[in-house]
Design a protein. Structure first.
Length: 314
């Protein structure tokens, strides 16, 4: 496991540099994504002065975009923080292990490549045709936590976006019997790290457009990317259908994750239903027969970034 600092080398010749990066449409998209990431960082206190942020880069569109946006924000943020890109080479057959080191060096970012043959472990343990995601995730998670400690990282940044969070909500509701999503910030399983998801407010379709414009050297996941029967892919298809037929529905669901009313659900651990009486005070009364008030602008869109996007003082 080597720690290296890139030397601002040119991109590999097979990495496209689309002209669309210079278009007004692309610049607006870039600004919008940077603004949303800045808002999420400010809203949840994701990055503080002096933090060492380990950005996990898998080679997919989401993690490439996360790294680019954080590097852009780092230049003008009112706090100082260090970024280290980290990739786990799982020894998948045909994995182009030269691509990410070359990319990291081309942009001059500090990085570490960790090599662990988790592919063999997963293939040995999981029968052919079965979903590998659960075991693969557990193995990756342990290695990521260990590497963060070795680097002295105070935050682990993952590339999960708004749609991932919503998909997780429905996965847990449909298949796990829980109303539980993917939080924008949490303490890791080992209690030694803080995990952040700065893309929490970013729609996947915007990230897809951004990644295409940036021309990242995308590396497909041969281990799980082809599992068309995975439950998450079913949920993703459902949400994309909703988004196409009912514009605004996905935004509304994302907003709902930030507006939970425990007294109007049914979890006795979150609200004391046993002792409800006429003297019980609740945030909202019995509105069952009233039409809900629907905001015209989602809070995430109207939020102010609380200074994170302000330019650094000269």
């Amino acid at each position: 496991m080597d720690l290296a600092v890139g030397a601002a080398l040119p991109l590999p010749t097979d990495t496209p540099t689309p002209e669309s990066r210079t278009s007004n449409t692309f610049r607006n998209l870039k600004r919008r994504l940077e603004r949303k990431v800045g808002e999420a960082i400010a809203d949840y206190g994701m990055i503080r002065d002096g933090d060492v942020v380990m950005v996990c880069v898998s080679g997919g569109k989401d993690s490439f975009s996360l790294l680019s946006i954080l590097l852009a924000l780092q230049k003008r943020a009112p706090v100082n923080f260090r970024i280290v890109a980290m990739n786990l080479d799982q020894k998948q057959p045909g994995f182009p292990d030269h691509v990410l080191p070359a990319y990291f060096e081309s942009i001059g970012v500090e990085y570490r490549i960790v090599t662990e043959n988790t592919y063999k472990i997963v293939k040995d343990k999981i029968p052919e045709g079965k979903t590998t995601c659960s075991l693969c995730s557990r193995l990756r998670r342990g290695i990521i936590y260990r590497t963060a400690k070795e680097l002295g990282a105070t935050k682990i940044a993952l590339g999960h976006h708004r749609d991932d969070m919503i998909e997780t909500l429905f996965l847990n509701m449909f298949f796990g019997g829980k109303m539980k999503a993917m939080p924008p910030k949490l303490v890791s399983d080992d209690g030694q790290n803080v995990v952040i998801r700065p893309l929490a407010y970013c729609p996947e379709k915007d990230i897809e457009r951004f990644a295409r414009g940036m021309g990242y050297p995308i590396i497909p996941c041969n281990l799980c990317g082809s599992q068309e029967n995975a439950q998450r892919k079913q949920i993703k298809a459902m949400l994309r259908d909703w988004d196409a037929r009912f514009p605004g529905r996905i935004v509304s669901i994302a907003t709902a994750l930030q507006n939970v009313v425990p007294s109007h659900l049914a979890d006795g651990k979150l609200f004391d239903f046993l002792n409800v009486s006429c003297d019980t005070k609740v945030d909202q009364g019995d509105l069952v027969f009233d039409a809900p008030e629907l905001p015209s602008v989602p809070p995430a869109e109207a939020a102010v970034s609380l200074g994170f996007l302000r330019e650094k003082s000269p």
